[in-house]
Design a protein around this ligand. Structure first.
Ligand code: FAD
Length: 572
């Protein structure tokens, strides 16, 4: 059996855990009732299962390649892309004025999860376009919006994001791509960008690149960067494409995974570009796109976790090995250690899905209400959703390999591909190290107000009626208290590098506590079967205790980390 979309799990979370009713009740979104939402998700699931999932291994085995400067994509990818585009799945959350569905990002997030589970390398293409759509909606002139957005939303054209250069990875401010203003208000863009996902393809009529570059009067660092839209073919006013722009794919990277997605080195040689937003304010515009994309990458991890779990589960139910002590099915699923792995996979995937959806709801509510509370909540949750979603994808797919035994290490089962494909998600869109730094610096700049608000919300739930899981809520209370202390430590610590030393542990602790919160909410809303209660009990007893250790390392400072000098590290 191949991938089956977890519509029931998604619906349960939307209905009971992540306050989706706030969106249903807001006037901002066109019809987003839960009933309509579930119907939309069912429709998307059919496309994901039937049309995309068969492409998963094809993209891996027959990667995209460059032929005389033209990118050739894996067999079937063109048809798979058409299925995504024709279903309207690129523009679920895009403005209806330009042809989008005008629905909450929360729905887009659920759809994206299914695309990611089915074929991550192809799903990355529309994700890039979605980010571009959002950046243009917020920052482009009306003329550009009218010309580009309908084409991007229907998928006739696709979008990319060009930040990285050889010397400018995490440090985007180090970029050297140049922009010079032409007489006709366009700009001439020159420079090289590397690692550009879906830098080209052979199935859209145009590829529109959002490129960060520096004008001659732009200061060094991020403050001197501007954002430009640089299409592969220069469009006419009527939306038909004209002459080829001066840009080329120089080469494609050979990678550990995600083979179906062409990762390009791009050369811009006096290419014609259009300014998006204001001069020197490119990072502001790019951040609009990055927040969307960061949540999208969190959902890449989540989607992979779900698919890897499903594959491992099926394998464990069929593989006979040794006598099991529980005398049940006689397959490895009855071994305690295998069941432990499956429960970690299931409970962390649940936590990760809840965090991604809660982040999407917060982003939607910040758009709907413009209230500071929601803007700050969305900002706080975004790095957590990105990091925890991707780390969960990596951990779960790694456990998936383990459950397959030797069959996980040979490529035939497809278990290894999930791990190879998802591994990059903790690196791109801002490494998880950078996300953690963002959390303990920028996201606590409000004096920790939004972090403490959220932890207080958790503590209030624990002290309310939790009778049906008595005993286990104590574990969550203790974890939330420990996290409060670690948050206070972060706020009071004036030495940034001391904070940075504990940032990754702090982020993980925060995510685990949030996961506990959403498990508890799920357990409280459980139906008569008590399934959620038992899943929550596992999470609270086997996963949550890690918070105490993580908070310890989060607040111990940097002394031990710098304990060995660089010379000592290098000594044999
Ligand atoms: C398959 C793939 C697809 C990609 N797609 C795109 C794309 O479409 N568009 C695009 O623009 N880019 C893309 N990237 C680039 C990606 O975003 C960068 O690789 C990423 O930002 C990290 O930059 P880097 O590789 O230069 O690593 P570096 O920045 O050199 O980082 C190396 C290590 O140092 C750490 N580090 C760096 N700076 C700090 C700091 N200040 N504090 C603490 N730790 C730090 C990092 O966390 C990391 O562990 C892609 C990359 C890959 C591999």
């Amino acid at each position: 059996m191949s991938y089956r979309a977890p519509i029931n799990d998604m619906t349960f979370l939307l209905e009971n855990v992540v306050d989706y009713n706030l969106l249903e009740n807001s006037n901002y979104f066109e019809d987003s009732s839960l009933e309509t939402t579930v119907a939309i998700l069912n429709e998307a699931s059919r496309m994901a299962e039937m049309e995309l999932n068969p492409l998963q291994s094809i993209g891996d085995q027959q990667p995209a390649y460059l032929e005389n400067g033209v990118v050739r994509t894996a067999p079937g990818f063109s048809e798979g892309y058409k299925a995504i585009a024709d279903g309207g799945w690129i523009g679920v959350a895009a403005n209806s004025k330009y042809g989008g569905m005008g629905l909450p990002l929360t729905i887009q997030n659920c759809v994206n999860e299914m695309l990611n589970s089915s074929c991550l390398s192809l799903a990355l293409n529309p994700l890039m376009t979605q980010g571009q759509i959002e950046a243009l909606e917020h920052h482009a002139s009306e003329e550009i919006k009218t010309l580009y957005l309908p084409k991007l939303i229907t998928g006739e054209w696709s979008g990319t994001m060009n930040l990285t250069e050889p010397q400018a990875g995490s440090d985007v401010g180090a970029l050297t791509t140049k922009a010079i203003k032409n007489h006709d208000n366009t700009y001439s863009i020159s420079g090289q960008k590397i690692y550009i996902s879906w830098g080209d393809n052979d199935f859209t009529n145009n590829v529109c690149h959002l490129v960060l570059a520096r004008l001659p009067d732009g200061v060094q660092g991020t403050k001197g960067i501007s954002l430009f839209l640089v299409p592969k073919f220069i469009p006419h006013h009527d939306g038909t494409v004209g002459k080829k722009n001066n840009l080329n794919v120089v080469s494609l990277e050979h990678k550990l995974g995600l083979h179906g997605s062409p990762t390009a080195v791009m050369e811009y040689d006096k290419a014609t570009g259009w300014l998006i937003g204001k001069e020197h304010q490119g990072m502001k515009a790019m951040f609009t796109m990055m927040n969307n994309a960061r949540l999208g990458v969190g959902a890449e991890g989540l989607g992979t976790a779900e698919a890897a779990f499903q594959k491992a589960l099926i394998f464990a139910m069929g593989r006979k090995q040794g006598k099991t002590l529980t005398n049940d099915t006689g397959t490895i699923i009855d071994h305690a250690d295998v069941r432990r792995m499956l429960m970690i996979m299931k409970s962390k995937t649940y936590a990760s899905r809840a965090i991604c959806l809660a982040t999407a709801v917060a982003i939607d509510m910040s758009n709907a209400s413009k209230k500071e509370f929601w803007i700050n909540r969305a900002a706080l949750l975004t790095p957590i959703a990105k990091s925890f979603g991707t780390e969960t994808g990596i951990e779960v797919s790694n456990l998936g390999i383990q459950i397959h035994g030797g069959m996980g290490f040979v490529e035939e089962t497809g278990a290894a591909q999930y791990w190879r494909d998802v591994r990059v998600t903790s690196i791109y869109e801002g490494t998880n190290g950078i996300q953690a730094i963002d959390l303990v610096s920028r996201k606590l700049m409000d004096g920790g107000k939004s972090a403490i608000n959220l932890i207080t919300e958790i503590q209030e739930l624990i002290t309310s009626d939790c009778s049906n899981i008595t005993g286990f809520n104590q574990e969550l209370k203790s974890a939330a208290d420990t996290l409060t202390n670690a948050t206070q430590w972060m706020i009071n610590c004036k030495d940034l590098n001391e904070r940075f030393a504990g940032a990754t542990s702090y982020l993980e602790a925060f995510a685990l506590v949030l996961g506990g919160y959403y498990h508890l909410k799920g357990a409280l809303a459980d139906d008569q079967l008590n399934k959620q209660v038992r899943l929550a009990k596992f999470y609270l007893s086997h996963v949550l205790p890690g918070v105490s250790q993580l908070c310890k390392t989060a607040t111990v400072g940097s002394d031990a980390i710098y304990g060995l000098s660089v010379e000592e590290l290098s000594m044999a």
